[in-house]
Structure formats: structure tokens, C-alpha cells
Design a protein around this ligand. Structure first.
Ligand code: ADP
Ligand code: MG
Ligand code: ZN
Length: 497
């Protein structure tokens, strides 16, 4: 029998608000010393009252709109009770039956691993609060746990997908697209390693063609996209093996062990939590005015999916270049600003765009990554889009060659100076007229008897060495092809003599 995987993802996204979800504490818990971003509200002192962070609600509405959801007219918060000591109040304020957004979808782009694309339903997007961070030290007698309350109360948005995903590759595409959407919206750093984007995978299998779903296993503890993909692949394999042996698959929660590459049982359905949800009495229900929703909608940026298609069409970029450029909004913005710095149209626009894309995705990406500051992004580099456009033009017009262009860009990156000034100062303008190269080549020939002899005795590679000497003498400014031709001509006339 053939089996088909059925997958649904639950993703927690930490929102990039300045303050926490229900109090005025700063939400920058990553950079703060332990327990320095706390107040009576997020420490759950008796008698305190929560106040809803409006910006967090706005961010969740934006996410809902970007994911084609309908936005609730009436939403409310609920108490979710569970007995783990990372909850300061003994319960988490979350949302149960009236989430801010529901019934949306995401289109996965057509790609090699997801041929033809795929649509994944979004069940709901709701808002809740993050919990304190516990660090367990030791085991057994004498062991203890450290608690950092800074993270407790940071706004957390949960996005639940329909069980519409059918492969690990689709799950990967869904995660990448969701991350990209969160970053384009500017509502989260959406970084799995740093914990601002956490994904649980629900996986089941069913006989191919069956309509009913099998019992799902919820897999937790993955902190990289790669880990989610591996965990899903492993789970599909494990479940299929059990089913093929005629075994029964229980509904359970399993944890991913990244080192061993397997999932391990955490708890079965019988031990599942009873959250005893009830409406949060300290927060009144919220009516979301349509005018507010419209205002948020009109402020939404163009998202990666649409930008990708537009870059390929309008600028004639390859799918590969368009994918790379639109992977981050900053890079996509930078590219468009470079192109807009010139008033080109038609073929000229396309060739200038392609060349700009090459230099942004190639040399510029390398320089940005090589920079010591890991948070550095292209838009914060010293090279303005207009300056970048000038460099691309100098290269396209063959005023400077490839090597010189790289040198100039590196210098621009370090100093923020204009390309033209650097070219003039360093004398990098390409030397391709014979008159200018003539004396240099004469000198190289008279200085390199050995290489000439080699060449004359049939060693063709000697010419490359001679061209290298010309490049050295011109500090990279010579046109290598022209130089090679001239050298061959000159040696030819030598032998005739
Ligand atoms: P819970 O909080 O109990 O995990 P949720 O409704 O928040 O429940 O999430 C359930 C998730 O499991 C959703 O992403 C849904 O798409 C997915 N899911 C539901 N049934 C199945 C199934 N049979 N196989 C795989 N995934 C499933
Ligand atoms: Mg769940
Ligand atoms: Zn607080």
C-alpha cells in the first residue's frame, strides 16, 4: 500500500513591538541582563491588571491581511491554564474561539521542489504572550533551575495552518514564505535560531486516495528550518514503517533530537493537557473597526511573491536572480533604487537591471557578508543606490574592467566615495588602445626572454604569463584580450625578423 503524508504547521512568531504585550516593559529581552525587563504586571503580582498592546494587535491584523484572512470584528482574550513554572500567573493570556484572523491561505511559489506551487490554508492567527525562560542546572538532588522573566509577556503571534501540506519540501517552502512575509511586514525578525520564530509540525500518514486523516503526531523542539525538514522526513518514514507492519499509530507529542536525527516520545494523548480555557475577565472584548483594518491594508508593502514575479517580468531577471533579490525586502528595495537611479527603459533597462542584479547578488553580497557586523544589511552599507548605479554603468560601458570594478566597489564599500573619483585616482580606466599599451608591452617582452622562448617553442600558456605581467604593470587596468592580441602580434613580427 502507498501512503501519503498529511502535515499541518503551528508557528509562533515573536512580534517586534517596543513594549510587552500587557505591560510597559521593554520587549528587548535578548540584549538585556536577566530580570531587568520586569514590572509587577509581568511578574504577576496580586492585583495588577493587563493592558493590551495596540501595536501587537495591529501587527497581527497586518499578518492576517497578508495571508488573505478575514479579520474578526469582535475578538477577545482567554486564559489558558497549564502547570509549567514558566508561566508567571499560572496561566497564559491567549485567544481561543475568537482569534484576530482566520480562514486565510498562502500560495507556495512554483519551484523545483514544489512543482506548480501549492496552496496552504491558514486556519487562524491569534495573539498571546511569551513565557519566562528557564535554565535547568544539573539533575537529581542539588539540581536547580534559573528563571529569567524578561521574556515573559513579550507578544507572541501564533499562526496555525490547515493540514494541507503534503511533503517536507512543501513544509520548508511554507516556512520560508512565512518568514519572508513576517520580515517584509517588519513585524518580526522571524529567526528560528534566536527563537523569534518557532515551528511545531503535525504529521500523519494515510493510505493514498483515502479521505480520512490518520492520527497526528505533533513534533516539537526544532530550531532550524533544516531541522523541521529532517524531523518531518523522519516522522513520515517512521510512521510508514509502523503502518506497513500493521501497527497502530497513537496520537502523541514527540520531541526532535537533532543529534540522533530521530523523534522521541514526550507525551501521549491520554496525558494531554486540559487547558481549562475561559474568557480573560481582566480584558474587555475588542471591536476591530473596519476603518482601522482598511488603514492597515493600505499600508501593507508589496510582498516577496508578487515582487519576485514583477522583477522577472518588468526587469527581465532570471528566476534565480529574482529569488535572491527578493529574499529580503532590504535587498529588493536596494535593487529597485539602483535601477530607478537611472531613467532607462526597454532593452537598456533590462540589460542595466541584469547587470545590477549580478553585482548586487555577487560582489556586493560578498562584501556585506564579509563585514564584521553580522547584523549588517545592504541598505546600511555606505554605498548609496545612486553610487552603485554609477559603478554598474562604468562597468557596462567598459570604462573599467571586471577586476577594476571589484576593486572600486570594495573601496566604495569601505569609504563611501564615488566610483568615478576612485577610478580617476587609481588610474583604473581600462587601457585598451594600442598606443597606450605599446610601450608597456615592449618592456614586458624585453624583460621576459624566457617566456618568449617558451612561447616560441610551442608553450601556448606562456602568453598568459606575459598578459599577467602587462596587467601587473597597469595595475589591472589593461584589457586582457587586447593585450594578448598585441603580444602575439609583436612576437610574431619578432620571429619574422
Ligand atoms: P493543538 O493546539 O491541539 O495542537 P491546533 O488546532 O492548534 O491544535 O493545531 C492543530 C494542527 O494540527 C494544525 O496545524 C492542523 O492543520 C494540524 N492537523 C490536524 N489534524 C491533522 C492530521 N490528521 N495530520 C496532520 N496534521 C493535522
Ligand atoms: Mg499544537
Ligand atoms: Zn512588565
Amino acid at each position: 500500500m502507498e501512503y501519503e503524508p498529511v502535515i499541518g504547521l503551528e508557528v509562533h512568531v515573536q512580534l517586534r513591538t517596543r513594549s510587552k504585550m500587557f505591560c510597559g516593559c521593554a520587549a528587548d529581552y535578548q540584549i538585556a541582563d536577566a530580570n531587568t525587563r520586569v514590572c509587577p504586571v509581568c511578574m504577576a503580582m496580586p492585583g495588577v491588571l493587563p493592558v493590551v498592546n495596540k501595536r501587537a494587535v495591529e501587527f497581527t491584523i497586518a499578518a492576517g491581511l497578508a495571508l488573505n484572512c478575514s479579520i474578526a470584528e469582535l475578538t477577545k482574550f482567554d486564559r489558558k491554564n497549564y502547570g509549567y513554572p514558566d508561566l508567571m500567573k499560572g496561566y497564559q493570556i491567549s485567544q481561543m474561539d475568537l482569534p484576530i484572523a482566520e480562514n486565510g491561505y498562502m500560495n507556495l511559489p512554483d519551484s523545483e521542489t514544489v512543482p506548480g506551487g501549492h496552496r496552504v490554508g491558514i486556519t487562524r492567527i491569534h495573539l498571546e504572550e511569551d513565557v519566562a525562560r528557564l535554565t535547568h542546572i544539573g539533575a537529581g538532588p542539588g539540581s536547580y533551575s534559573l528563571m529569567d522573566i524578561n521574556r515573559a509577556g513579550v507578544p507572541l503571534m501564533e499562526c496555525v495552518s490547515e493540514p494541507d501540506i503534503r511533503s517536507a519540501a512543501q513544509a520548508e517552502a511554507y516556512i520560508l514564505e512565512l518568514q519572508s512575509t513576517m520580515r517584509y511586514l517588519g513585524i518580526s525578525t522571524a529567526n528560528m535560531e534566536e527563537g523569534s520564530f518557532r515551528c511545531d509540525a503535525n504529521v500523519s500518514i494515510r493510505p493514498k486516495g483515502a479521505r480520512e486523516f490518520g492520527k497526528r503526531v505533533e513534533v516539537k523542539n526544532m530550531n532550524r528550518v533544516r531541522a523541521v525538514v529532517r524531523a518531518i522526513e523522519h516522522e513520515i518514514e517512521r510512521q510508514t514503517e509502523i503502518a506497513e507492519k500493521g501497527g497502530v499509530l497513537p496520537q502523541e507529542t514527540r520531541g526532535w533530537d537533532d543529534e540522533k536525527g530521530i523523534t522521541l516520545e514526550q507525551r501521549s494523548k491520554e496525558e494531554a493537557n486540559d487547558y481549562r480555557y475561559f474568557p480573560e475577565p481582566d480584558i474587555p472584548p475588542i471591536y476591530i473597526e473596519r476603518a482601522w483594518v482598511d488603514e492597515i491594508r493600505s499600508g501593507l508593502p508589496e510582498l516577496a511573491n508578487s515582487r519576485r514575479a514583477r522583477f522577472a517580468g518588468e526587469y527581465g531577471l532570471s528566476q534565480y536572480d529574482a529569488d535572491l533579490l527578493t529574499a529580503s525586502r532590504a535587498t529588493a528595495d536596494y535593487f529597485e533604487n539602483v535601477v530607478r537611479a537611472r531613467d532607462y527603459s526597454g532593452d537598456k533597462l533590462q540589460s542595466f537591471s541584469k547587470e545590477s542584479a549580478n553585482w548586487i547578488n555577487g560582489e556586493m553580497a560578498r562584501l556585506v557578508n564579509a563585514d564584521v557586523d553580522p547584523a549588517a544589511v545592504i541598505t546600511e552599507s555606505k554605498v548609496t543606490p545612486a553610487q552603485f548605479a554609477e559603478l554598474v554603468e562604468l562597468f557596462q560601458s567598459r570604462t573599467i574592467n571586471n577586476n577594476a570594478s571589484k576593486q572600486v566597489l570594495a573601496e566604495m564599500f569601505a569609504s563611501g566615495r564615488d566610483a568615478g573619483d576612485i577610478v580617476d585616482e587609481k588610474g583604473l580606466r581600462k587601457v585598451d588602445d594600442a598606443d597606450a599599451l605599446d610601450p608597456i608591452i615592449d618592456k614586458v617582452i624585453s624583460d621576459n626572454d624566457q617566456a618568449i622562448d617558451d612561447y616560441l617553442s610551442g608553450k601556448e600558456t606562456a602568453i598568459r604569463y606575459l598578459v599577467g605581467q602587462v596587467m601587473k604593470a597597469t595595475r589591472g587596468a589593461a584589457d586582457a584580450n587586447v593585450a594578448a592580441e598585441l603580444i602575439q602580434e609583436k612576437i610574431g613580427s619578432l620571429t619574422k625578423r
